[in-house]
Ligand binder design. Structure first.
Ligand SMILES: [Zn+2]
Length: 404
């Protein structure tokens, strides 16, 4: 199918120029804005090269000149240097996040600001992928039309799903949101829209959101752990998202924490997800009643809200359920910290806001299980972004693939 026109990318750079172009865009992403001479000093390329490449980027609309603030001249001679910044209106990105009980659709500019968003209820593991794609596309068309932007300026569509996503092929090998395996979801969506489409594990997209708009502006290496219906992870090493050799990396939820332990949705036993995710917590609490079907996403969401409230009001049995889950996740994160030694770990996803007992146990387990002396050096941050994070993740994915 013919791809929609894109206004960007008129300059097709050779590999060296592409590398320098990427370095300049990355530097502006981190710093917000910079003068040409600062770019030259920071990146270590000549001022002449910076001038050539920034001219191309300006012409392509990827960057823009930042207006100097009056009365705040930066140079000693009184004339302000022209600073450059990424152009948030260089294009737009559509994001779709598919979770167990809903699909969230958003339209953002390239600074990740949301211009329009809709949430559609789906029964993800019961509805066919084609049907989910159809209803998402109706929302995409509606949002783009209401926003009044030219559809040709939509650079691409970023989709996040939980599970094993083979990034290069766009195949969803396994995901709890689809009842089938090996779903060619990228192809299904591209056929319906004509937009360039990128599909990734949802935790990877959260990590990209952090890279472009969050902790990644300060830290070149960090990891993100997501927890809600499942447990996920995104790993950025030296400013690059790590996807592994086949595109499945970096999986965390299905690493094993108890040999021969609790049964997981993936069919194996002892995965961290089988202890720390929503369905695992609800399954454990079912014995306390009222029992809910853990594969019913809407009932599960309501049950989690009740359980968190019960735990926070001090119900000892429910507190013990959250403590066990938090302890398992904290031990798993401690293992990651020992392996990777990241300066920052970001906790994200809906259950970044869980019961107090969950966090207490999580932090305690991290402290008890990291190598002595390392626990204090890890900065554990709770992401407060909610749905904004996913929309920004989609924008970041499209930026990574189309902008540079
Ligand atoms: Zn598993």
């Amino acid at each position: 199918m013919e791809q929609r026109n894109r206004r960007l990318g008129r300059h097709i750079p050779d590999p060296v120029r592409a590398k320098n172009r990427k370095a300049i865009v990355d530097c502006l992403r981190r710093r917000g804005a910079a003068a040409r001479i600062e770019l030259s000093e920071q990146i270590g390329i000549s001022p002449a090269t910076v001038t050539i490449i920034t001219s191309e980027l300006l012409e392509d609309g990827v960057i823009r000149e930042k207006q100097a603030e009056t009365g705040r001249d930066e140079s000693a001679r009184g004339r302000p240097r022209t600073r450059l910044e990424l152009n948030p209106e260089a294009g737009f990105a559509v994001g779709i996040k598919i979770s167990m009980h809903q699909a969230s659709v958003s339209l953002t500019d390239l600074s990740g600001d949301i211009l329009g968003a809709e949430t559609i209820p789906v029964r993800a593991n019961r509805d066919a992928p084609e049907w989910i794609a159809d209803i998402c596309m109706k929302q995409v068309q509606k949002i783009v039309s209401v926003s009044g932007i030219d559809p040709d300026l939509v650079l691409g569509l970023g989709i996040g799903v939980p599970g094993y996503v083979e990034y290069p092929s766009g195949l969803v090998r396994w995901a709890p949101v689809f009842s089938e395996r090996d779903v060619p979801f990228r192809e299904i969506v591209e056929e319906r829209t004509g937009f360039r489409t990128f599909i990734d594990n949802d935790a990877n997209m959260t990590a990209l959101a952090e890279k472009w708009f969050g902790v990644g502006r300060t830290f070149p290496t960090f990891l993100v752990v997501t927890v809600e219906h499942g447990v996920g992870m995104g790993l950025v090493i030296n400013e690059r998202l790590y996807r592994g050799s086949r595109g499945f990396g970096a999986e965390f939820g299905h690493t094993k924490i108890v040999v021969g332990g609790a049964l997981c949705r993936c069919g194996q036993r002892g995965c961290i997800e089988a202890y720390a995710s929503d369905y695992a917590i609800a399954r454990e609490a079912n014995i306390l009643g009222p029992s809910v079907a853990t594969d019913d996403p809407i009932a599960l969401e309501a049950r989690m809200r009740d359980l968190i409230a019960q735990a926070d009001s001090g119900d000892p049995a429910v507190v013990s359920v959250f403590e066990r889950a938090g302890s398992m996740l904290g031990t798993g994160i401690a293992n990651l910290v020992d392996i990777l030694d990241p300066p920052v770990v970001v906790l994200s996803g809906a259950r970044a806001h869980s019961a107090k007992a969950f966090y207490g146990a999580l932090r305690q387990a991290m402290e008890a299980n990291t190598l002595p002396g390392t626990d204090t050096s890890v900065d554990l941050r709770i992401d407060l972004g909610g749905d904004q994070v996913w929309a920004r993740g989609a924008a970041a994915l499209v930026l990574e693939e189309t902008l540079i």
